[in-house]
Design a protein around this ligand. Structure first.
Ligand SMILES: *Cc1c(COP(=O)(O)O)cnc(C)c1O
Length: 433
């Protein structure tokens, strides 16, 4: 049989670097041929060979309703008929802003953009403009999009200044980015003790999904909040992945339940908010957001920002996820998957632990949940790759890298979970010992 995936990949590689338009899609970490998607419906997609997969990526987060939800499709079709883009304001932008402010109480004003990268980059610029300070804190293993100043992982050790992770980022551009270890309170305190007066903002993935699935501990998050307040720095939650994904109010609502009165100062959103269309946002209290052009001196703009088709898609998605019981059902499905994987792994003598919140999950071939990036990287890559391909061959598509979270949608059924666990059992049996 001709492998259409391979044929397409060969054509793609001749013209597109690595054959893909975003690196992880290329299967470089796990090897093999990327699946070229032909169509998707509900919890499934079909590749170019017509093979069906249970989809645990969901476009890396946005597809919380599953693919082709009728209400979303209808809203998008209607919007398309009314025009693709105007470059002038629309009612739907106002409606979406109202919905965001209502659902996320820490946000009083919001600006819509087209990608999480833009939203993260603009948040940093706004934080610097609003505070008049230069330095930012980020954590190893957290991804905030590919803007230059944020594209630093750097090694461990206190206040590692500017080892750019990517080529093409001059050291001068990241010299004000302090990279600290996630969940390390002592490092955090030392960084604020030394640089407190210069720190514009601390940006964090509250539940980090770009190093698989690692929660910020409650004591760590409390210290982040206290130190930011004490030193006049802004606490920025990057909820591009967690927003409307782990709960209707995002990860900040999860931490507000654990830490009374807890709120971040700024929030970065993307993925679910666009329901699969290019839409993202950043928001904060009015006093911070008023520094943004045209009200204030911090410039930010976008030709397609607040795009009418994207806002129609986002609004239709938000309408569905606000329905009573939505997150209870989604969480239950996700938990049944993660608990099932742990159970089946144990039965097959495979060391595995997992965690989930709402429709986001992670699992590790480790004996305990890691607290930071260095620990995540102790996972045996060869075993993960074997598991990945074992699942893929059996029609289950998880992220092709061990440092990525997984996503369950409202379209995933008990049968999908059962089929996944049956595939996992077979894959576990074939893992290298
Ligand atoms: C996906 C992601 C981004 C970047 O969003 P894009 O839309 O891919 O630019 C930023 N932050 C986090 C936490 C993400 O998961």
């Amino acid at each position: 049989m001709t492998d259409r995936n391979q044929q397409l990949f060969d054509r793609a590689r001749a013209l597109i670097p690595g054959g893909v338009n975003s690196p992880v899609r290329a299967f470089r970490a796990v090897g093999g041929t990327p699946r070229f998607v032909q169509r998707a419906q509900g919890a499934h997609f079909w590749d170019a060979n017509g093979q069906r997969y249970i989809d645990y990526i969901g476009s890396w987060g946005p597809m919380i309703l599953g693919h082709g939800h009728p209400a979303v499709v209808e809203a998008v079709q209607q919007a398309v008929l009314e025009g693709l883009s105007y470059g002038a304001p629309t009612e739907r932008e106002v409606e979406l802003a109202e919905a965001i402010v209502e659902l996320v109480p820490s946000i009083e004003m919001v600006r819509l953009v087209s990608s999480g990268t833009e939203a993260g980059m603009s948040t940093i610029r706004l934080a610097r403009g609003a505070t008049g300070r230069k330095k930012i804190i980020k954590f190893e293993g957290c991804y905030h999009g590919h803007a230059d100043a944020l594209l630093v992982k750097a090694g461990s050790g206190l206040a590692t200044f500017g080892n750019p992770t990517s080529a093409g980022v001059p050291p001068e551009v990241v010299q004000h980015t302090l990279v600290l270890e996630y969940n390390n309170v002592a490092q955090l305190e030392a960084a604020f003790a030394e640089h407190g007066a210069d720190i514009a903002c601390l940006i964090i993935e509250p539940i980090a999904g770009n190093m698989n699935f690692v929660r910020a501990s409650v004591p760590f998050m409390k210290r982040c909040r206290e130190l930011c307040t004490q030193h006049g720095a802004l606490l920025a939650f990057d909820e591009v992945m967690t927003g409307f994904r782990v709960a209707l109010g995002g990860a900040q609502s999860v931490y507000a339940r654990l830490i009374p009165g807890f709120e971040p100062d700024m929030t970065v959103m993307g993925k679910v908010i666009g329901g699969g269309m290019p839409l993202a946002a950043f928001g904060a209290k009015r006093a911070v957001m008023e520094h943004l052009a045209p009200l204030g001196p911090v410039y930010q703009a976008g030709t397609l920002s607040g795009n009418p088709v994207a806002t129609a898609c986002g609004l239709a998605t938000l309408r569905e996820i606000r329905k009573p019981g939505f997150y209870e059902a989604l969480s239950a499905t996700t938990r049944s998957l993660v608990e099932g994987l742990s159970r089946v792994a144990a039965e097959e003598g495979v060391t595995l632990c997992g965690d989930s919140e709402g429709g986001m999950f992670g699992f590790f071939l480790l004996d305990e949940l890691p607290q930071n990036y260095a620990r995540v990287l102790t996972t045996d890559g060869a075993r993960f790759n074997s598991l990945f391909h074992g699942l893929l061959e059996r029609g289950v598509y998880i992220a092709p890298a061990l440092y990525e979270a997984g996503f369950v949608s409202a379209a995933h059924t008990a049968q999908d979970v059962e089929d996944t666990l049956a595939a996992a059992r077979e894959a576990f049996r074939r893992l290298p010992r």
